[in-house]
Design a binder for this molecule. Structure first.
Ligand SMILES: CSCC[C@H](NC=O)C(=O)O
Ligand SMILES: [Zn+2]
Ligand SMILES: [Zn+2]
Length: 419
């Protein structure tokens, strides 16, 4: 191992490392250290602070920069502070040390890149820190106020469904008081030379089937067992999965030729519970599926399909999670924020890959309120490592992200009200 000294990086990199070192890892995130860190940032940046708790020890921290005209709809910059757990044995560096590691550049192997390795580097502490560093740069340029107010939201528990976070806060008077005109949230890294921009998301339908049946000795041909019933459901849903994965069926034609993950419904059998002993036929079996329904589907028809499936096989159906609101931000001439995003990215020579997000973010609570929401994480030429081992972003990627938000925030917050 060579140990050439690292180059001198700007102080923003050190602040990013500090944020990454706070163990806001589920299932027991250290939110109090995180809040202290954010309050420190607010003090340095001279931003106003509000905190809310929808549940004890689940802080929502909002840093605000009042605009020249605070009556205009504001710009919300959202990021979640929690991160997903790690399989530490599979990491080459401690996941909360945020060390910087030189490596051959993925874009040009003759060059060296510097990887900041940490859980949350991509998902999504880079985004939260870029928002703050962009504001720092705007203020350093001598800008005391933009036209519109900016609210930077740091929210808890997104990784476990936001039930004690944005799911409640979006209906709280404190949210309404923010008077949000546009909402930015996370996307994912892009392995190519462009940014992903998500204007919609798939709907999580976490579906549990429970079968009951006859029991008896494992040596007999017992009839009507829970297992035979559940296997009927499993086989059908895995066949459906196959059809979706391979884009078969009439209804798919409308999306051709641009069929991607966001345009089809994914199915994974993720949990199975049954059995007491090998020679005892189980009385009950539970099979749970993580289904992500494309927003281009007829939710009522899909619901009827699942209920019929349960009925045909004599099993019970329960939704652990079932999202049915309209979760699409229309990208058209009626959406002036989208026009600004297009202009800014064009000026910065950043191509956008518009898509439907396969996972679920906090934007799904905001879009149904009629607020346009955009999922962007400013990472290009970067492998997608969210929730994976050895998650990292490069120093250059982080610095580009700051520059990106500096211009995007300026453009969006200075957007003139419509005539
Ligand atoms: C549907 S609640 C869980 C939300 C979670 N979000 C990020 O991974 C996801 O599984 O998409
Ligand atoms: Zn995330
Ligand atoms: Zn995540």
């Amino acid at each position: 191992m060579t140990s050439a000294p690292l180059p001198q990086f700007p102080p923003s990199v050190d602040r990013f490392q500090q944020y990454l070192r706070i163990k806001t890892v589920q299932p027991d995130p250290d939110y109090s250290t995180c809040t202290q860190f954010l309050l420190q940032q607010a003090a340095e940046l001279d931003l106003a602070v509000q905190t809310y708790e929808m549940a004890p020890d689940r802080p929502i921290v909002i840093l605000s920069w009042p605009g020249q005209d605070p009556t205009l709809p504001s710009l919300a910059l959202n990021s979640h502070t929690d991160v997903v757990p790690v399989y530490e044995a599979f990491w080459d560096h401690a996941p909360f040390a945020a060390v910087i590691v030189p490596a051959p550049s993925s874009a040009d192997p003759t060059k060296t890149e510097y990887r900041i390795v940490a859980r949350g580097a991509q998902d999504m502490k880079i985004v939260g820190m870029c928002y703050l560093e962009a504001i720092r740069k705007l203020k350093a340029r001598g800008i005391t106020q933009l036209l519109r107010t900016i609210h930077v939201l740091f929210v808890p528990d997104e990784e476990i469904g936001s039930h004690r976070g944005m799911e409640l806060f979006c209906h709280h008077p404190g949210f309404e008081a923010l008077n949000i005109g546009a909402f930015l949230d996370e996307g994912v890294a892009h392995p190519g030379n462009m940014y992903k921009l998500f204007h919609s998301e798939k709907a999580p339908w976490w579906t549990k089937f429970t079968a009951h049946g006859n029991t008896g000795h494992g040596s007999q041909f017992i009839q009507g067992t829970a297992m035979t019933k559940i296997m009927g459901v499993v086989n059908e849903l895995l066949a459906f999965r196959d059809r979706e994965e391979h884009h078969e069926g009439e209804s798919r034609a409308q999306f051709a030729p641009r069929l991607r993950l966001g345009d089809v419904t994914s199915v994974n059998l993720t949990m199975l519970h049954c059995g007491k002993q090998v020679n005892v036929v189980p009385e009950s079996v539970e099979a749970s599926f993580d289904i992500r329904v494309t927003p281009f589907t007829d939710f009522n028809a899909f619901d009827a399909y699942l209920h019929k499936l349960a009925q045909d096989h004599g099993v019970e159906l329960e939704f652990i999670q079932k999202y049915t609101a309209r979760n699409i931000t229309d990208l058209d001439d009626n959406n002036p924020w989208w026009g600004v995003i297009q202009n800014v990215t064009k000026q910065l020579d950043i191509a956008l890959d518009v898509d439907v997000f396969a996972g679920a973010t906090d934007a799904r609570f905001v879009r149904p309120l009629g607020i346009p929401a955009f999922g962007i994480s400013p990472m290009r030429n970067t492998p997608i490592l969210l929730h994976d081992h050895n998650e990292y972003v490069t120093v250059d990627c982080f610095l580009e992200g700051i520059n990106f938000y500096e211009h995007l925030i300026e453009g969006l917050a200075n957007m003139k009200p419509e005539a």
